[in-house]
Design a protein. Structure first.
Length: 239
């Protein structure tokens, strides 16, 4: 069959091209788009007040389905990275925010933690992203997770391992931090690097939104599909 494949990330495109089944067809990368009018920066003080979160702390956000769930989400690596942060330095300045199904009863974390439970609706999620200073996605395998795109759209920098589709979303030292795969010390350093300087953090936040609008806005996604269809039609007409 004369197939053309479209994948959301370069990592998945490479997987397809290296497979026996899809090594011959054309493979294009068009990232998933999201509604950037729903996911947009909300005033941080307002977002924190809405969610009853402290105004005077650095807040790190992450999402978990369950602490014993999908090992590909890398929750154990995040715990290790948090345990490697300098407690004496961050204990009174850093707090964690968790959304998802976990209730916190089995999380061995040294920092005060706020559990938001399962958030439903774009507005609640946008408020959570906007309230945070950093979103961490410690996956060991992932394609192009919506959570990272949504966080960036809300102007929140992200930290993750340099795996899967993460490099398609996170530009190292520009809108977040890409740690070497499964190096929890590097992830811990990235978390600290992202939030320790107000000036640097503002620059990361500004570019997070700019980058998301440029790459993940739905109109940009639609235009890439239009261009692909036009190219395929043009080539078919010449056959």
């Amino acid at each position: 069959l004369d197939l053309t494949l479209v994948t959301p990330s370069q990592w998945l495109a490479d997987c397809a091209s290296s497979s026996k089944l899809f090594r011959q067809p054309r493979v294009e990368v068009i990232p998933n788009g999201i509604d950037t009018n729903q996911y947009l920066p909300i005033d941080k003080k307002t977002a924190r007040a809405t969610l009853d979160l402290p105004q005077d702390k650095r807040l790190i956000l992450f999402g978990v389905g369950s602490t014993s769930g999908d090992p590909r989400k890398g929750f154990q690596y995040l715990l290790s990275a948090l345990q490697q942060l300098d407690i004496s330095r961050w204990k009174n300045h850093l707090e964690l925010v968790v959304f998802g199904q976990a209730d916190g009863s089995d999380l061995p974390i040294d920092f005060k933690t706020h559990f938001l439970g399962r958030l439903s609706g774009d507005e609640a999620l946008a408020a959570a992203y906007s309230a945070a200073d950093l979103f961490v996605a410690p996956s060991v395998q992932d394609n192009l997770p919506n959570t990272v795109v949504e966080a960036l759209c809300c102007g929140t920098p992200c930290a993750a391992f340099k795996i899967g589709g993460m490099p398609d979303m996170i530009v190292h030292h520009q809108n977040g931090y890409l740690a070497q795969p499964f190096d929890t010390q590097d992830l811990a350093q990235g978390i600290a690097w992202t939030i320790e300087s107000d000036e640097r953090h503002k620059r990361l936040c500004d570019y997070s939104r700019t980058y998301a609008l440029r790459h993940f806005e739905r109109r940009a996604q639609a235009q890439q599909y239009v261009s692909l269809y036009e190219d395929l039609l043009d080539k078919s007409s010449k056959v």
